[in-house]
Design a protein around this ligand. Structure first.
Ligand code: TTP
Ligand code: MG
Length: 367
């Protein structure tokens, strides 16, 4: 772009809004007696039972408690925390309210998850302070909760920015800040880099985004293939031209269960798989989707985890067909140890999900 004024006028202003300690904050809002106490949300809310931490508030995080950690470990780290079960209905209703506030600020919104969204405010002629102030006040009024906001010229940088000053922060990340602010961060902070890519990069001594940016394009293409290699090359430089996807569409529906005690009995595993398939089918039918790919997940007692996927020839929402596919996947896993967890996922929806092939890591994180 040779005309700088033109490139300037085409620059976008994208916000990424992410709620602070979301599940815990909703619980604290409706139970004022939790004020100032460490709070851990997960599973059935009983740390002596199985289940993982969905989230912990900032007080509990000081003790090392974090999402995805077994509840029992959280209890060891912070026995005086208040442990609560997950109440999705309450969190979904807060989520709907906060997204309404955003939609009233700008109709160009991408809904990315229960507690986060992107908002394109390029065409709204007010300052960053004004717009972020308006959003924070609106969310506070409708939900009583706080959020953190990132502002940048694209989604990639806006998401990184929203995480930089949590909780209740506002962070502007300019393209000129890429070297000083983006490059020192670990590669995992980049959207689309999951544990596998992180591991791969570590094996070639790449740990920070700056080190990734120092790799020549050819090397990235050689290690990660054309599409993903090119993506990493650009992402490390803060380049992202992906548009906001304004109509929210789920990419998959999945359900999983952790047994209270590890199971060896095939009948129990099979029955659980059938029940989970039924739940997934209800999700599909409820949202009027049909899927072609069924994936199952089996985690053994020693945490070794296997997934097996099957893609069928026609899109379906039939319970029988999905259950049969799940069982066909189960046959491909040797049940040589006791099983801790079973999961089922339906994805690859009709006419959708074109992106998934490009970002295998994003898919990995969904199941
Ligand atoms: P996050 O935005 O990752 O976490 P958070 O909102 O609790 O905390 P932060 O202030 O750092 O943003 O996730 C949003 C919600 O999603 C979180 O409150 C609980 C849920 N969640 C899980 O159930 N399991 C997980 O592993 C993670 C990361 C989140
Ligand atoms: Mg959050």
């Amino acid at each position: 772009m040779s005309d700088p004024s033109l490139s300037q006028s085409m620059k976008k202003r994208i916000l990424h809004i992410d709620m602070d300690a979301f599940f815990a904050a909703v619980e604290q809002k409706r139970r004022p007696e939790l004020e100032g106490k460490p709070v851990v949300i997960g599973g059935q809310g009983d740390p002596s039972k199985r289940g993982v931490v969905s989230t912990a508030n900032y007080e509990a995080r000081k003790y090392g408690v974090h999402s995805a950690m077994p509840m029992k470990t959280a209890y060891k780290m912070c026995p005086h925390a208040v442990f609560l079960p997950v109440d999705y209905e309450a969190y979904s209703s807060a989520s709907v309210k906060f997204k309404e506030v955003l939609r009233n600020v700008s109709p160009v919104m991408e809904d990315v998850g229960i507690d986060e969204a992107y908002l394109d405010v390029t065409d709204i002629p007010v300052t960053n302070e004004e717009i972020t102030g308006r959003i924070k006040a609106g969310i506070k009024e409708k939900t009583g909760l706080t959020c953190s906001i990132g502002i940048a010229s694209n989604k990639l940088l806006a998401k990184i920015a929203s995480d930089m000053q949590k909780p209740d922060g506002v962070t502007l990340l300019m393209e000129a800040d890429v070297e000083t602010k983006l490059w020192p961060l670990p590669v995992r902070k980049l959207y689309g880099i999951g544990p596998k890519t992180e591991e791969h990069l570590k094996s070639i001594n790449i740990e920070t985004i700056g080190q990734l940016a120092a790799l020549p394009l050819e090397k990235l293409l050689e290690h990660f293939g054309n599409s993903y290699g090119q993506y990493l090359y650009e992402a490390a430089r803060g380049i992202d031209q992906s548009p906001l996807v304004t109509r929210w569409e789920p990419k998959s529906f999945s359900r999983e269960t952790t047994f209270q005690e590890d199971v060896r009995d095939w009948q129990v595993i099979a029955r659980t798989l059938a029940d989970l398939s039924k739940d997934v089918v209800q999700d599909l039918q409820g949202h009027q989707y049909k899927a072609r790919t069924i994936t199952i997940k089996i985690r053994f007692s020693d945490f070794e985890t296997f997934t097996r996927a099957m893609t069928i020839s026609d899109y379906t929402d039939s319970e029988e067909e999905i259950r049969k596919s799940a069982f066909a996947c189960l046959k491909r896993i040797e049940l040589k140890k006791k099983v801790r967890l079973v999961g089922v996922r339906a994805s690859n929806f009709q006419g959708r999900n074109k992106d998934e092939q490009h970002y295998p890591e994003v898919l990995d994180r969904l199941i």
